[in-house]
Design a protein around this ligand. Structure first.
Ligand SMILES: Cc1cc2nc3c(=O)[nH]c(=O)nc-3n(C[C@H](O)[C@H](O)[C@H](O)COP(=O)(O)OP(=O)(O)OC[C@H]3O[C@@H](n4cnc5c(N)ncnc54)[C@H](O)[C@@H]3O)c2cc1C
Length: 386
């Protein structure tokens, strides 16, 4: 099983070769470490470096910044394969999103300075939009960046930030102007090593994704050079975020598929060896039907995300369609995890059985990246506006 369908327009031989090498890398470097990352609440920095050496993080990044100059298909393969091998700890999804913000809106100097660090894994990236007072209403951001000479002084706090405890480069959404709503928002890059007044708060305890660090961030008169603004002028942040969201949303649909393929495979294996009433669990019609339904959901999602990747590669993925991949993908992921856990009986509820973790890891997919309710609003808006 894999992400690609051979009929997809983005698919090529180089993607198949890349898939094989990603799989081998994850078998060797990721699978043996997943449990330890969960115990530590964080993926080790060494892994980021090894992933960088193996070329996993530069698939869609131009060669001049250390990437291999391909398209989003390569990043999609990495994310799918990560989920399909059962990991939700390595925070590459957010790394990829942060890197693309810099690639799309950064100046030449910014790109040359930051992107090679992210592609090689020397730096870990994060994206800080959500604040304690609200995440869905992005326009209500209250963190401020006030000009002071050739610097900004940033004040405010962010929460639920993926890679928050470890990130070196954080794309922060902040208010630079006096205008309320979307117009006053800008994106700035905070280099955590060189920023006085930046502080990490608690590493948040979560019900799932326990191998990934999620944190609070605080800015108390944090000083960053004005040259860290992304884009040529202030006030572009909201529009920049809206343009990047299709990738963030699609990648949630892609990781949903990877986890679903894994769960369906492991549940079929379990049902074939577990017996009740003198027969295999697999021989009960209910089991067969539940697994048939789950497999159908996988194939529908595979077709849809492949189509979305093809559209993204030619810059034709609109926000409503990307929202469908996020909303529907995460919803069917949760449905499938629920059924697969049920077919494991009591063992499914035991932490030592991987399905229990796939179940808890799945839940947040309906929340982050914009909640599924917000996704439905965006989809409905596309009908309202026609
Ligand atoms: C593990 C994890 C990792 C995360 N990583 C990041 C990250 O790296 N960076 C980052 O910036 N954020 C991150 N987030 C934050 C995430 O994006 C937000 O939690 C999410 O956008 C929802 O915001 P909120 O939690 O403030 O919920 P709220 O906005 O308070 O929403 C609460 C409820 O109200 C509903 N609701 C709100 N508005 C509407 C509406 N208009 N119509 C209908 N229903 C509505 C929501 O759907 C939800 O059910 C992460 C969250 C988690 C849990």
């Amino acid at each position: 099983m894999g992400l690609m369908t051979k009929t997809s327009s983005w698919h090529g031989e180089e993607h198949e070769i890349f898939t094989e090498s990603v799989r081998r890398f994850f078998d060797r470097e990721m699978k043996p470490n997943i449990d330890r990352w969960i115990a530590d609440g964080c993926c080790d920095r060494d892994f980021w470096l090894r992933a960088g050496e193996a070329g996993l993080m530069g698939g869609s990044i131009p060669e001049e910044y250390g990437g291999s100059g391909g398209g989003f298909g390569f990043d999609s393969i990495v994310l799918y394969e990560q989920a399909a091998c059962g990991d939700a700890g390595w925070g590459y999804g957010i790394q990829s999103i942060a890197t693309h913000y810099i690639l799309n809106y950064g100046s030449e100097d910014q790109k040359a300075k930051w992107i090679p660090r992210l592609v090689t894994g020397r730096s870990i990236g994060a994206l800080a939009m959500t604040e304690p007072g609200g995440g869905s209403d992005v326009q209500s951001i209250r963190t401020t960046a006030v000009k002071d000479g050739n610097q900004y002084r940033i004040n405010g706090s962010k929460t639920f930030i993926t890679n928050g405890m470890t990130a070196d480069l954080i794309v922060v959404a902040t208010r630079t102007g006096n205008e309320s709503g979307a117009k006053g928002i800008s994106l700035v890059v905070v280099d955590t090593e060189e920023t006085d007044g930046f502080r990490r708060g608690r590493k948040l305890e979560k019900m799932g994704l326990r191998g990934n660090d999620t944190a609070e961030l605080f800015f108390d008169d944090a000083k960053i050079p004005m040259s860290h603004l992304l884009g040529q002028e202030e006030g572009q942040g909201f529009y920049q975020m809206m343009r990047q969201l299709p990738w963030e949303r699609l990648l949630i649909g892609i990781t949903a598929l990877g986890a679903m393929d894994l769960a369906v495979g492991m549940t079929a294996d379990y049902a074939k060896q577990r017996k009740a009433f003198g027969q295999r669990i697999m021989d009960f019609q209910n089991t067969r039907f539940k697994l048939a339904e789950a497999k159908t959901k996988c194939e529908l999602l595979r077709s849809f995300v492949n189509d979305c990747i093809s559209r993204l590669e030619v810059k034709e993925l609109d926000p409503a369609t990307a929202s469908m991949a996020k909303y529907w993908g995460s919803q069917v992921q949760n449905e499938v995890m629920n059924e697969c856990l049920q077919l494991h009986g009591g063992y499914g509820y035991m932490s030592e059985f991987p399905i229990s973790r796939l179940y808890t890891d799945a839940r947040v997919q309906m929340i982050y990246g914009g909640t599924n309710e917000i996704m439905k609003e965006l989809i409905a808006r596309s009908l309202d506006d026609r």
